[in-house]
Design a protein around this ligand. Structure first.
Ligand SMILES: CC(C)(COP(=O)(O)OP(=O)(O)OC[C@H]1O[C@@H](n2cnc3c(N)ncnc32)[C@H](O)[C@@H]1OP(=O)(O)O)[C@@H](O)C(=O)NCCC(=O)NCCS
Length: 169
């Protein structure tokens, strides 16, 4: 399989925050944003693998800024690293200023998807070659995050998490 770049999986979903999607403070409900991020990330993983993909894990979510009612929100997803059958997808969330059009980063998240066949069995995905400085940084740190996620899920023993252990040396 030919290696791909993160840019080839780039997915941007832009939508407005409507009244039914807000909390009592009139800001976007966290679960609604999680769903939007899952959808964009899923399309991104599908573009990279050209297979059926399933969400295996939500590795990190930071709700740094509230997103007010009426905001125009862009959810931008890109595969940051591909392993054997799994892919890490980085999601950046931007709010667009109504008057200037300038975009401000509101939130970010990291999801893991697994490519599967029609029976749900994991299948291999193409490798990824990061190009920009940010893509390279995200690629380099992805193995550490994968190991942390597997340890927390009880799927890897902590003493096997070599990249994680290296952090504390
Ligand atoms: C995700 C799923 C396919 C993994 O199946 P599995 O039997 O654990 O398969 P494996 O152990 O071979 O793991 C497959 C890959 O997923 C990765 N993986 C599994 N669980 C993970 C986790 N919690 N965090 C990060 N990666 C994970 C493994 O490391 C492996 O990656 P690699 O092949 O790139 O090295 C399976 O658990 C599943 O179908 N889950 C339900 C998915 C779903 O329905 N999502 C929507 C929820 S509503």
């Amino acid at each position: 399989m030919e290696a791909k770049t993160p840019e080839q999986s780039k997915t941007i979903m832009t939508d407005m925050v409507l009244p039914g999607e807000t909390n009592p403070l009139n800001n976007l409900f966290g679960g609604e944003l999680l769903a939007r991020m899952d959808r964009a990330a899923s399309i991104s993983a599908r573009r990279h693998s050209r297979r059926i993909v399933v969400t295996a894990s939500v590795n990190h979510v930071a709700f740094n800024r509230a997103v007010p009612l009426g905001s125009v929100v862009s959810v931008e997803a890109k595969v940051s690293r591909a392993f054997k059958t799994s892919m890490e997808v980085f999601i950046d969330v931007w709010i667009e200023d109504r008057e200037s059009g300038a975009k401000t980063k509101a939130n970010e998240a990291i999801y893991t998807f697994v490519a599967v066949d029609e029976t749900g069995k994991p299948v291999e995905v193409p490798e990824i070659t990061p190009e920009t400085q940010l893509e390279k940084e995200r690629y380099d740190a992805a193995l550490r995050r994968k190991q942390l996620s597997l340890v927390l899920a009880g799927k890897m023993r902590p003493n096997e998490a070599t990249e994680l252990k290296a952090l504390f040396k």
